[in-house]
Structure formats: C-alpha cells, structure tokens
Design a protein around this ligand. Structure first.
Ligand code: ADP
Length: 438
C-alpha cells in the first residue's frame, strides 16, 4: 500500500512537472502548472462522477468502472468487494431457497408470523391444511384466518409448552395439533400437524370403552341384584356358601363402581356435556361432599374441616365438579389413618379460584406424582388393596379440570400427608345475583 501510495504521488508530481515544463517551453511555467492542476482536478471529478453513477445504479449488477492509478485501484477494490458481496448474496439466496423447498416438502403446515400474528411466510401444506391463500393472505393476522377462540387465546398466552388441538378452519374433518415456538424478534413459528388419524383412533378407543361399559352395566345390575337378595337371606344358605356369596357381592359392587367410573370418564372425555352454560354453587357443593365424607370416615373419626373464603359462583357443570371434588375429598379420607386431619379450602385470588384438599395421611412418593392422573395408576398397589378404589378417580379429576380450563397441582410427602389443589381461571368466577328482598 505504502509502495502504491508513493507511486500515485510520483505520477501526479511527474504529470505536474511535465505540464510546468511545457509551460516553461512557452515562457509561462505558472500557466503550465495551473493547467496541469486543472486537468488533474477535472480528471479526479470525472472519476468521482463515474463512481457516484456506479453507486447510484439501483440493481447493483453493473461492473465497476475501469481506470488507472489511484482511481483504478479504488475501482478494482470496489469491484472485488462487489463480487464477494454478490457471491455471498447468491449463497444465502440458495440456502433460503433450499430451506423453503424442504419446508414446502413437509407434510406439516409451517407458518411464520410477527409478534402480533401478521403472516409473513407459510408453506404449501399450510395452504392445504388451513386453507390459506397465497395471493391475499400475506400480512393478514393469523387469528382472523384461524378464528377458533382457543387458538387466539393460545397464541396470546405465550405459554407454548403444551400443543393445542383444534379442527382445521378450512376442512373441519381434519384435526390439527398446533405448536408455536418463539424466534427472532418475538416472532412466531407455527407448526400445524395433521393428527386426524390419531384423533380417530383415540375416539374409537373412548367409544369402545364407553360402549362396553354400557353393555356390561345391565347384566351386572341383574347379578348384583340376585347376590344382594342371597346376602339378605344368607341365614337360609348352607354355611359353606355364605362366605362365597358375600365375596361375590363385594366384588360385583366393585365392578359396578368401576363401570360407573368408566362411563363417567368416557362421558367427560368425549366432552358431550357443555360445561360453560351452567353455574355451580361451590360453597353448597363442598358442604354436601364434606358431609358425605364424614359419613364415609365413620369409625375412623377424621377431623374434616371446610373453609370457604369466596362465595361467588363457578361457571361449570355441577355433576362433573361434584365427581372431581368428591374424588379428592374421599381419597383424603381413604388414604388418611383414623383420627387424621383433612382440611378442605375454597379460595380466590388474582390468578383465579382454588380448591385445596389437604390431609395428614400416608402421603405419596414424589416419583409417582407425575403419573397419578393416569387411568388405573396406583402409587403403591400393595398399600391400597382395601380402599375399594377404582383407580380412575384422579383421571376423572384431570378431565373435569381440562373441561373447565383448570389444572391440578399435587404436593405430598410420604408419611406426612398430601395436598391436591385444583386451579380454575379467574374468568370462571361469577358474582351471585342478590335474592330479591320483600
Ligand atoms: P384409587 O381409586 O386407587 O384411589 P385414584 O385415581 O383416585 O385411584 O388415585 C390414584 C392413586 O393416587 C391412588 O391409588 C393412591 O395411590 C394415590 N392417592 C390419591 N389420593 C391420595 C391421598 N390423598 N393420599 C395418598 N395417596 C393418594
């Protein structure tokens, strides 16, 4: 560079000496120098103009101008930089095209939106699965195209740990699982997976369990009826039959309880009942359940207390809520040794409404807690042989809470007791309409 720089200076000085000598030849060396300087200035301005024109070229694909000396080297450097820039651009474009091609080949719908949901890019499967139109939907807000309220709530929640299942807005027979990820500047990447087949299989399983349970109920009722009659007349039976008949009666009532819970669970799971139209007086409901719990406790004489600090109504289905709450409270009775304490508390705060059922019972090993709401999961089967439970209680609680946009929290220490807390969103609490007076 240093070498080049002295070369430029030598050329300029040489040029100026040349014009001065020509001026000297004509007897006017100063004119010669001035003309040399003017020519040099004009040439410099001319090269600068060419450079500005090249910069101004909007498509930027023209070759850089050619020249000699200092300007020649400037143009060469710029030309190299420009070529490098073009090559990088081509490489990036090829990479973007490749990513777009591969996402287009995916069977899942992929959509990119900004933080407010304005659609920026989506693949072909999103067109098919969600009915987007390439020409008109760019820039539209996604919740105007997928109008399911659950989707809007999910999009705005920013809590995307669990996916959301919805029906396709364009093809209602398609069931979609939506998963959102945050990226870039609070932008969203939305993936819509077609889970119709899985959904149908799940539906078939639920229908099958529901139907089988229904079909078994009638013959079982007949058998239980006869067994009860036999138990009532046990004195007339030969002694060796009495024990057998009693055991059969016990087992048939267990089976009846199981069938009842299976039917209830399949009804709650299929979401046949709409839970949003009804209002439940939780205060009165808990009063009744605690009364029944004291009867269930019987000789075990548990100390069962109820505290209600919010008297608003809860938007939700009373019979479903009764099943959920009674399962939790009766479990506390079943799994707490005689004389233990059970505290039932209904309260509300800014987050929502909460039912806590706390006991001083046998407790649960933390390894079991994540799986407790699975059907027929038991923390320690050997300890629960005599509780008469169906193993479906907490599965029922979980589905009732899902239907009511709630969730279940379980805290427990083995040997010290357990606390089961049902959380409901604040929007489900409704003021009581005051009774007209006079
Ligand atoms: P079950 O009919 O066996 O009670 P649930 O679904 O109601 O079935 O409960 C699942 C398991 O969770 C129970 O088998 C028991 O191991 C455990 N469990 C539930 N509630 C309690 C509790 N209050 N204290 C200790 N263990 C409990």
């Amino acid at each position: 560079m240093q070498h080049n720089w002295s070369r430029y200076i030598r050329h300029i000085v040489g040029g100026l000496i040349g014009t001065t000598l020509v001026g000297l030849y004509f007897g006017h060396p100063v004119y010669g120098l001035t003309i040399g300087l003017v020519i040099y200035l004009w040439w410099t301005l001319h090269q600068a103009r060419r450079l500005v024109q090249w910069f101004a070229n909007p498509d930027g694909t023209d070759e850089a101008p050619q020249s000699i000396g200092l300007w020649g080297d400037i143009f060469d450097h710029l030309h190299k930089l420009h070529q490098h820039h073009l090559r990088t651009q081509d490489r990036l474009r090829a990479q973007i095209n490749r990513v777009q091609e591969s996402t287009n080949a995916m069977r899942d719908g992929v959509i990119m939106t900004d933080s407010r949901g304005a659609m920026e890019w989506w693949n072909g499967s999103a067109d098919y699965l969600l009915g987007f139109r390439r020409n008109t939907d760019r820039g539209q807000y996604i919740h105007n195209l997928i109008r399911t309220p659950a989707f809007k709530a999910y999009f705005e929640s920013r809590d995307y740990r669990e996916p959301l299942d919805i029906h396709s807005p364009a093809k209602p027979h398609i069931r979609l699982q939506i998963q959102i990820s945050l990226f870039g500047d609070d932008d969203r990447l939305i993936v819509a997976k077609d889970v119709t087949r899985l959904f149908q299989l799940e539906q078939m399983r639920r229908d099958f369990v529901g139907n089988v349970s229904h079909e078994m109920r009638t013959p079982l009722t007949v058998i239980s009826g006869y067994l009860e009659t036999l138990v009532d007349n046990a004195d007339d039976l030969p002694p060796k039959w009495r024990r057998a008949i009693n055991t059969m009666a016990d087992q048939s009532s267990r089976m009846e309880a199981l069938i009842t819970d299976l039917i209830l669970l399949s009804r709650i799971e299929t979401g046949d009942q709409t839970v949003d139209d009804a209002l439940t007086d939780v205060d009165a409901l808990l009063g009744q359940i605690c009364h029944d719990a004291r009867a269930l406790s019987g000789d075990k004489a548990h100390d069962i207390s109820l505290s209600v600090s919010d008297h608003r109504l809860l938007k939700g289905d009373q019979s479903q809520l009764r099943s959920a709450f009674s399962n939790l409270i009766f479990n506390a009775v079943k799994y707490t040794p005689a004389g233990g304490r059970i505290v039932v508390a209904w309260s509300a705060n800014r987050e929502g409404a909460h039912l806590s059922v706390r006991d001083t019972g046998i407790g649960i090993d933390p390894v079991h807690i994540p799986r407790l709401t699975e059907r027929f999961y038991r923390a320690d089967p050997s300890r629960h042989k005599d509780t008469g439970g169906t193993g479906l209680g907490l599965a029922i609680v979980k589905h009732v809470l899902l239907n009511h946009d709630g969730n279940l929290d379980i805290r427990s220490r083995i040997g010290e007791g357990s606390e089961f807390i049902c959380h409901f969103p604040r929007e489900r609490l409704v003021e009581r309409i005051p009774e007209p007076t006079g």
